[in-house]
Design a protein. Structure first.
Length: 81
């Protein structure tokens, strides 16, 4: 299953998500939104708003499901862990 996350480099929950995924041996892509600049940042912000308007970080897209925040039980369920 493809997993993509929108994160912030300084967010503790984003860090926990990344650590969890690595500890589980799960492949995933992520983008630290706060490290982007200019049009790249604007584009990703528009993208995240279309996925989950008003959500905090991390925003995790696993297949066709969106997980708001680092919710380990939900993430385990969605990933079949």
């Amino acid at each position: 299953m493809n997993v993509k996350a929108y994160t912030l480099s300084t967010c503790i929950y984003c860090m926990r998500f990344k650590q969890f995924m690595k500890a589980q041996g799960q492949e995933f892509d992520y983008v630290d939104v706060d490290l982007l600049a200019g049009d790249a940042r604007k584009d990703v912000r528009r993208e995240t708003e279309s996925i989950c308007s008003g959500c905090g970080y991390p925003i995790i897209v696993a297949g066709d499901r969106v997980i708001r925040g680092f919710d380990e039980p939900r993430l385990r369920e969605v990933l079949g862990l």
